[in-house]
Design a protein around this ligand. Structure first.
Ligand code: ZN
Ligand code: ZN
Length: 363
């Protein structure tokens, strides 16, 4: 699934985008697989509220906070996007340097552009980001795990999930080959992160960042899509920003979308996911801006996501306690209340399998 492949079917475009890496130019269908193909959204600086903006690269978004003493960014995405953004900010807000770059989590597709701002910015992240950038095999999205425990990223580590769930997990062979400069079928964690500035300001559970009268609370919600995620909370504006959780790369217009469920929910207990939802729900906010998604979301969207996880957990654990086999669960657990959600047909069985494996692994 190369990014140059122009697919007629919007579903494929959605799935390309949803595979989370590689296809940043593709716009997701947001649960409208039968619709006409869409062009990638043009780049824009979109107002979230007051002095808070989002800037997009397809369905990948950076956050921008403009204060009287400078600018704060979250998620520089990739070098091309970051260079565009730097230029755009210099034009729109002249004389305001970017003072801080926050990484929402360590996955390269959201932070690779950080170096563009290294001349003026300090880099801020949850402390787990340091470990994921230290040269060891990092936590990767899309079930891209170190299958033979050799610390290197092999084509197989990528293609096993890609072939099992095309367009949902893993990433394209073409993307891998683009990184594998010497063509030996292996890439190192450094191929992803050597040029990414490491955070110099880190925190464990919560920290407060202030600049030019603006206050941001950085909150580690628990493990979910990533193991080093930061939720950014603006108490004065009642705005929350986070990336890949709750809205994953499949989300476009609506959060009523089954989660991608790769790696049995990214190798993290469902209880941690539910705790993460609750951490966001406990904040007093009106607007949820996400690193993916064409629109702004609300607290109700977070609540519905948490309810989905609880429902799935209860359905599968209930079936397990009755001694039902996984095959029976695949056939009989219809997740009825969620029939109208995007990717229901495509991901219902995968979600059941992920929950089953998750609940067996994490007691
Ligand atoms: Zn991610
Ligand atoms: Zn993402």
């Amino acid at each position: 699934m190369g990014r140059k492949l122009k697919l007629g079917a919007t579903l494929c475009a959605a799935l390309l985008a949803g595979s989370a890496f590689g296809a940043q130019a593709a716009a997701p269908a947001g649960g409208a697989p039968a619709g006409p193909p869409r062009q990638p959204a043009p780049k824009q600086l979109q107002l979230v509220k007051d002095n808070i903006y989002r800037a997009n690269n397809g369905n990948w978004w950076s956050l921008v906070v403009v204060t009287k003493d400078g600018i704060i960014i979250a998620d520089p995405i990739n070098p091309t996007h970051a260079a565009w953004l730097k230029n755009e900010l210099a034009t729109r807000f002249p004389g305001k340097p970017v003072k801080y770059v926050i990484y929402s989590h360590s996955h390269w597709d959201h932070i690779e552009g950080g170096a563009v701002f290294a001349d003026t910015a300090q880099f801020v992240a949850q402390e787990g980001v340091l470990k994921n950038l230290d040269g060891r095999y990092p936590h990767m999205p899309g079930d891209m795990i170190d299958r033979n425990n050799d610390g290197q990223i092999e084509l197989e580590d990528i293609m096993v999930p890609t072939n099992a769930h095309p367009g949902i997990c893993g990433m394209s062979e073409a993307f891998f080959k683009g990184k594998d400069k010497d063509g030996d079928g292996k890439i190192t964690p450094g191929d992803f992160y050597d040029r990414v500035p490491k955070p110099t300001i880190t925190y464990s559970e919560r920290m407060t960042l202030t600049l030019g009268g603006e206050t941001l609370q950085l909150i580690f919600p628990g493990k979910n899509h990533a193991d080093d995620g930061t939720v950014i909370y603006f108490p004065a504006e009642k705005v929350v920003y986070s990336t890949d959780f709750p809205a994953d790369a499949l989300v476009g217009q609506s959060m009523r979308s089954l989660p991608s469920a790769c790696g049995a929910f990214d190798e993290h207990p469902m209880s941690e996911w539910i705790k993460s939802y609750k951490t966001i729900e406990a904040l007093d906010f009106d607007i949820l801006a996400q690193g993916h998604g064409a629109v702004m979301f609300k607290k109700q969207d977070v609540t519905e996501g948490r309810e989905y996880f609880e429902y799935l957990r209860d359905q599968v654990s209930g079936a397990m306690s009755k001694g039902m086999s996984l095959d029976e669960m695949r056939r009989t657990l219809m997740l009825e209340p969620y029939k109208g959600w995007a990717f229901y047909e495509r991901l219902r069985v995968m979600n059941i399998e992920a929950a089953y494996n998750n609940l067996r692994t994490y007691k």
